[in-house]
Design a protein around this ligand. Sequence first.
Ligand SMILES: [Ca+2]
Length: 276
Amino acid sequence: MKHLKRIMTIIVALTIVALMIPISAMAATDTVDFEDGNYDAFFLRMDSDSDNSILSVVELNGSKALKVDVQDANKTPKIQIQVSDLVNSKKLDQIETIELDLVIENPENSPVGENYGGIGNFGEGHYPNWSQGEDWSIIDSEKSISSVTKLSRTFSKASEKFRNNVKSSYVLMKWMGNTNDMYIDNVRFLDKDGNPIELKVAEAEAMANTADDSIDNANDNTADDSTDNANDNTAEELPETGNNILIIIFIAVAAVIILFCVIIFMKKSRLNKSNS
Ligand SMILES: [Ca+2]
């Protein structure tokens, strides 16, 4: 009976720890990982040549990402990332680099082929004025969904840098030529030393409130298709965010401890029986 109580205490303690792991991981505040389904700071920039893409958060191999469903091969999808909605307005002048994961998918299941684009930055009142970074390219003549490409663009000249308290944005574009879709994940803003800048915590809390709606929409429309495609093609290559590894380690350790306790308990019982 004493042992049974001990085992129960250990199980309860481990359960409490398990419940705490996801909460602490959700508190990471330097990466937009879309795990809460919110993408309020990401929207279409509509110029005369812009594609009227459809944005949603979908599951891509165990991690949620922002999907840009491109509609017209003769238009340019332009995703405006409102940095001033994500980073404290007093820290905007520290940002020099934007970093993000990009995946390209051919919705017709043919190879993604050649895809090119760019990242630019600008602020209200032309502080900074439009400044475009080096172009990016993702080329794959075999797979219908590309591997993850980490894009990183630095804008470090004084004329290119954001100013504090000024509405500021990055714009990610894919040049026209195909209707390949884009998946964006793990967006970070780095300072001149390459350190990630904290996102507004209050913003993260607001995100949680609207998460349910976005996830529902995403699941209804495109989650199943995307997940299927992702699993078929690049299951092992796409990064997983969250704490799957931590949870697996935890479950393994818990199982070993419980097994150990059960063995001791059984041995003791047998000993007691043979003594009596
Ligand atoms: Ca993610």
